[in-house]
Design a protein around this ligand. Structure first.
Ligand SMILES: C[S@@+](CC[C@H](N)C(=O)[O-])C[C@H]1O[C@@H](n2cnc3c(N)ncnc32)[C@H](O)[C@@H]1O
Length: 220
């Protein structure tokens, strides 16, 4: 028997993903979706750190809808270091003209509405470690795509990886083992190595800079 085709998002959702502002290429998005569908079978929430304008969130949300679970996405919506004015990944359209600060929350809400997925997502506006500090519930999937400094990436790992349930998935974006590819830094790569070295996670797949790991042991 030929292998079953990989699950794919609804075409309307994929169209919203492709049109949304953000940093995830389609190939990685499809791998994210496939992992989310698998993790959804655990019947637990799927959590993302790093919402930005909702590009990756709609794929998690579509998988969550199919599984009958909720997607949770955490972001302070003030942008990462490299997204601030004067930096390479800055988009002036994300600045709130009244405050002169980045605010990606309104664009995220439009993205989610356009995808028809508002009922399947809980958006938490806040700093990842502050939210993780009071989170007390197992998760089927944790997708780390927040700040790319060592402080932020390791804070995301320490705050959220402990909540990945047995058999659940830990996904890390922007993993660049080769410093030549280092456009966003290597902190996510260091977190990926830390997860493997902990003995708690085993690699399932790698799609460009997206790594999918499964919890196969205790701790982290
Ligand atoms: C690379 S973007 C996320 C991209 C998004 N997943 C996508 O596919 O388009 C990183 C996001 O993480 C958020 N962020 C950075 N550090 C954070 C922190 N400590 N707590 C919460 N959000 C943070 C930024 O505001 C930014 O929106």
């Amino acid at each position: 028997m030929p292998p079953a085709p990989a699950p794919a998002p609804e075409p309307a959702v994929l169209a919203v993903f492709e049109a949304a502002k953000g940093f995830m290429p389609v190939g990685e998005g499809l791998a994210l979706y496939e992992a989310a569908v698998e993790a959804g079978r655990l019947g637990l929430p799927l959590l993302e750190v790093g919402t930005y304008c909702g590009r990756s969130t709609v794929l998690l949300a579509d998988a969550a809808r199919g599984a009958g679970v909720t997607a949770v996405t955490v972001d302070h919506h003030r942008g990462s270091e490299e997204q601030q004015p004067g930096w390479e990944y800055h988009d002036p359209a994300t600045v709130d003209p009244e405050l002169g600060l980045m605010d990606t929350l309104p664009t995220f809400r439009r993205t989610l509405h356009r995808a028809g997925l508002e009922d399947h997502v809980v958006a938490v506006v806040g700093r990842s470690p502050q939210v993780a500090a009071f989170w007390n519930s197992p998760l089927g999937l944790v997708f780390i795509d927040g700040g790319h400094t060592d402080e932020h990436a390791s804070g995301d790992y320490e705050g959220w990886a402990p909540h990945v349930a047995e058999g659940g998935l830990l996904l890390i974006h922007d993993v660049f083992p080769d410093p030549v590819d280092e456009f966003t830094g290597q902190a996510p790569y260091r977190v990926y190595l830390r997860a493997l070295e902990s003995g708690a996670f085993t690699e399932v797949s790698a799609t460009d800079s997206l790594r999918v790991l499964r919890r196969t042991g205790q701790g982290c």
